[in-house]
Design a protein around this ligand. Structure first.
Ligand code: ATP
Length: 494
């Protein structure tokens, strides 16, 4: 450890008592990034240290503040998570998710052009992250492979929101942003733009780079480069599939009004192929996301020593404190551990993104009942290191057979359903409560009815193992529990 590094670490020990500071991960143009361990949960984080004097001298205070403010809002499996920001008179410490494997840029350089399946897997994650930003009225404006980190499982994390901006309906942005090779024609021409379309152009350049290993627009001479971009001059190599050759030009359409939208990208056959189900449904916006509170994680935070009501209240009010930092760290690490190892094969919703909100009481039961569903809820997960708990019914049957059994049970229980994806259904049941008038007459009348809404999702835990998650969306809890019991009975589990 050199002298300056030792000084930084010593200073950090007093300022950040909740973290054990480790090695330096890297240096940016105005920050140093350190690896650290969050003591209460044992999870690794990256801490970015920004020196106030330095950022002031460089005139980038607004950029820094903007990035911090925007990242605080975002919660998506493919956008870097910011857990907390600690400010002192001299420095700003930004505690972030630790991402192990480096930049997508280096990955492309090392591997050259990627096979279409691998490129698609990364591109689907990028589009989902960008779509989530746009839903939250944020346009990134500097999307490029240097701003995409890869985690240890080769999943994308979009970073560097320093040039991003908040969109306002009916207003145009004008600032020229980002790296010239990835910048849209309207941006380099200084024309006003509404926002999302410039990110779509950059994603088109990234898609080209993933599939071809080179940039569509490149020139040492900047005016020539700009000329090529404005004219949309690039070539599509012969090795590209027919569908990829269709998508790229739609994204690199010079006229922003003619450019494909994210909704249309989602419908494009190149994008749709092997789309994991957790990316199938457009991401929730941040407000909806924060409404979901995971009981299992709350329990873990309470076990560390925090007060339950305080944790829940802080989460609901989006207050940053030690308890909520611990909650989010445990949640994100649980979700990351549950993503299947082979994402290319999976057509199932992967276990990520806080979907597992427990609506069932957790029980440690692992009874086997000779049916396609072999275990009850409160099941210890078989994913990776067996440390996480998941909630649902486990089955080893074929997914097709499992779904057939589910449909039969739902039909028997007079539940209506709507398919959201191959293995994801939204269900609705009208429950009538019958009031007997037997004391007066021989008649009964139906005087009350309750509508229960719930969602069923079949997850692939690993090859040959599937997990059915049941989540109440709306309706009285006890009637929902009764319905669950009837459902389990029909499936032969209880
Ligand atoms: P610049 O600020 O010049 O655009 P940069 O974006 O790479 O460069 P930083 O964000 O300060 O700068 O990051 C510096 C280095 O720290 C990165 O190159 C990377 O190696 C490492 N790093 C940054 N964030 C993380 C993270 N969340 N997890 C792991 N390593 C990280």
């Amino acid at each position: 450890m050199d002298g300056s590094s030792e000084k930084t670490t010593n200073r950090m020990v007093t300022i950040l008592p909740n973290y054990k500071i480790g090695k330096t991960l890297g240096y940016g143009s105005f920050a140093k990034v350190k690896l650290a361990l969050h003591v209460a949960t044992g999870h690794k984080v990256a801490i970015k240290i920004l020196n106030r004097a330095k950022i002031k001298n460089m005139g980038i205070e607004i950029k820094v503040q903007r990035e911090i403010k925007i990242l605080r809002l975002l919660m998506h499996p493919h956008i870097i998570r910011q857990y907390e920001v600690i400010e002192t008179p001299d420095d700003i410490y930004v505690v972030m998710e630790y991402v192990k494997s480096g930049e997508l840029f280096d990955y492309i350089i090392e591997k050259g052009r990627l096979q279409e399946d691998e490129a698609r897997h990364l591109f689907q994650q990028i589009i989902s992250g960008v779509e989530y930003c746009h839903r939250n009225m944020i346009v990134h404006r500097d999307l490029k492979p240097e701003n995409m980190l890869l985690d240890s499982k080769c999943n994308i994390k979009i970073v560097d929101f320093g040039l991003s901006n908040v969109m306002h309906d009916g207003h145009f942005l004008k600032t020229s942003c980002g790296s010239p090779n990835y910048a849209a024609p309207e941006v380099i021409s200084g024309k006003p733009y509404s926002g999302p379309e410039v990110d779509i152009w950059s994603c088109g350049v990234i898609l080209y780079a993933l599939l071809c290993g080179t940039l569509p627009f490149d020139d040492e001479n900047i005016p020539t480069l700009f000329d090529k971009i404005k004219k949309g001059m690039y070539t599509l190599p012969d090795h590209l599939s027919y569908v990829a050759r269709d998508l790229i030009p739609r994204m690199l359409m010079v006229d922003p009004l003619m450019r494909i939208s994210i909704t249309e990208i989602r419908q494009h056959p190149w994008f749709n192929n092997h789309l994991p189900l957790y990316l199938y449904i457009p991401p929730l916006d941040t407000i909806e996301e924060t409404k979901k509170i995971d009981e299992e994680i709350i329990q873990k935070v309470v076990n560390i020593g925090f007060d339950r009501n305080q944790v829940v209240e802080s989460l609901v009010n989006r207050i940053q404190n030690e308890a909520t930092v611990a909650y989010h760290l445990i949640l994100d690490n649980r979700n990351q551990n549950c993503v299947p190892k082979d994402p290319f094969q999976s057509n199932f919703k992967e276990i990520s993104g806080g979907i597992f909100n427990s609506t069932f009481p957790v029980q440690n039961i692992t009874s086997h009942v000779g049916h396609s569903f072999s275990a009850l809820y409160g099941l210890k997960s078989h994913v990776k290191d067996d440390k996480t708990w998941t909630l649902g019914l486990q089955s080893q049957g074929s997914p097709h057979d499992i779904m057939n059994e589910i449909f039969k049970a739902l039909q028997n229980l007079k539940v209506c359903w709507k398919k959201i994806g191959l293995y994801n259904i939204k269900c609705r049941r009208v429950q009538r409560r019958v009031r007997s008038l037997a004391n007066y007459t021989n008649h009964t009348i139906e005087d009350e009815c309750a509508i229960i809404k719930f969602e069923l999702q079949l997850y692939k835990v690993r090859e040959g193992k599937y997990l059915l998650d049941i989540q109440r969306i709306d309706g009285p809890q006890f009637i929902f529990f009764d319905l669950c019991v009837a459902f389990l009975r029909d499936l032969g589990v209880v």
